[in-house]
Design a protein around this ligand. Structure first.
Ligand code: ADP
Ligand code: MG
Length: 393
């Protein structure tokens, strides 16, 4: 795994080549990995993500008018739009995230300035590390910077603006975790988010811990149908438990003890789905506590338990994800590992001793392709900073 070079100087050069002038700001927003708390968000529970060292960034310069011109380095394409005539663009998907952010920022009362921009990201796209949230949050920061309104909105509001852009303009239903951590992440910390109240708290991520992420590169084609089915099963669970537990509105309100006491009310499958969600919520809080005490062995065991629960009770793992987790485990210095994201593909994350990242990567490269016939990608990251803007002039 080679260290990641700072892309800003290259992007500044591209900006000069393209626009024949110098940029004024770079706006940066990271992708994220969820340490624990899977399928808890729509049950109004807890999640514990960290920001990655991989990000999406915009190098920008304000324009005197309301035109926005963007050059995407990854797509090797340019697109433009007029802030006074925002409209969904069927031919260029990525520009819609940026238009959506502009629309939702103006709905919050900001008056935006046009800009020229170069866009580049190294968050793998469509792999569950949330390149889309990074793109939205970086776009929001870029618009706020060129419009001289960097302090106009607080972090949670920026996250909500970004989520609204994805839900309402792009048309993808996503929760709030990804945008929250991309805005509010902090180096050396994880972010404990209560998905019901949106209360959040930075919790220390130990200095003597590191993360290795293994991208299975496996198809996620089952993910969306299973996702809808699991959501439905959780709702059924709540409906069946409510007569015994009056007042509950989500699995968030059910403790393990209450679930066990009312097990007989639930069909076996629904019971196991509920057991995952209820136990996962408890693991998130225990994990935040374990990380705060620097108890990496306990944190690793919680990640293992989370994976087993997602595999056996929630049934959203896959042979590729199980192989990835097994490969991570086989390496010395791995405290624990689990699938991260909705499941059926995407990534797994391992908590590892710093300095052992390469040995975990080597174990993945050696074992995973033999089992799956797929060549994986591996990324190492500490818990990194959230979104920021740097002045270039
Ligand atoms: P994920 O968020 O899990 O990475 P999504 O499907 O939600 O996957 O978002 C991926 C989409 O976000 C891409 O198809 C593209 O439209 C947009 N995107 C992400 N990164 C970039 C980038 N560097 N440049 C342009 N668009 C990007
Ligand atoms: Mg996304």
């Amino acid at each position: 795994m080679k260290p990641i070079a700072d892309r800003t100087p290259t992007m500044v050069q591209e900006f000069k080549n393209f626009y024949h002038t110098s940029p004024t700001h770079v706006a940066i927003a990271p992708g994220r990995v969820n340490l624990i708390g899977e399928h808890t968000d729509y049950n109004e529970g807890f999640v514990l993500p960290v920001a990655l060292t991989r990000d999406v960034r915009f190098v920008v310069r304000p324009r005197p008018d309301r035109q926005v011109r963007i050059t995407s380095l990854e797509f090797d394409a340019s697109a433009d739009f007029d802030l006074d005539h925002l409209a969904y663009d069927d031919s260029t998907l990525w520009i819609n995230y940026i238009q959506g952010v502009a629309m939702m920022l103006e709905a919050e009362g900001l008056r935006l300035t046009g800009m020229d921009a170069v866009l580049s990201g190294n968050v793998p796209r469509g792999s569950g590390l949330s390149s889309s949230a990074a793109l939205e949050v970086a776009a929001a920061k870029a618009f706020m910077a060129v419009s001289g309104q960097l302090d106009a909105l607080d972090g949670p509001t920026i996250a909500l603006v970004a989520q609204r852009a994805e839900n309402k303009f792009v048309g993808v239903q996503c929760g709030i975790m990804d945008q929250f951590i991309s805005v509010l992440g902090k180096a050396g910390h994880a972010l404990l988010i209560d998905c019901r109240s949106l209360d959040y708290e930075l919790t220390p991520f130990p200095a003597d811990a590191s993360l290795v992420i293994g991208n299975t590169k496996a198809s996620r084609s089952l993910a969306s149908s299973a996702y809808n089915e699991r959501r439905q099963e959780c709702e059924t669970g709540v409906d069946l438990l409510r007569p015994a537990l009056p007042g509950i509105t989500a699995l968030r309100d059910v403790s393990s003890d209450a679930l066990e006491a009312n097990k007989d009310r639930l069909p076996e499958t629904i019971y196991r789905r509920c057991r995952h969600v209820v136990s996962e919520d408890e693991r998130v809080l225990t994990m935040a506590d374990a990380l705060g005490r620097d108890d990496l062995a306990a944190a690793g065991r919680l990640m293992d338990a989370s994976h087993a629960s997602l595999r056996d009770d929630y049934e959203v793992s896959s042979p590729a994800l199980d192989a990835m987790v097994e490969a991570m485990h086989s390496a010395p210095g791995c405290y624990g590992a689990r699938l991260t994201g909705a499941g059926f593909g995407g990534c797994a994350v391992a908590l590892v001793e710093p300095g052992r990242e390469q040995s975990v990567a080597d174990a993945i490269y050696k074992y995973y392709p033999k089992v799956t016939n797929i060549w994986p990608d591996v990324y190492a990251t500490p818990a990194a900073d959230g979104a920021r803007v740097i002045e270039l002039l």
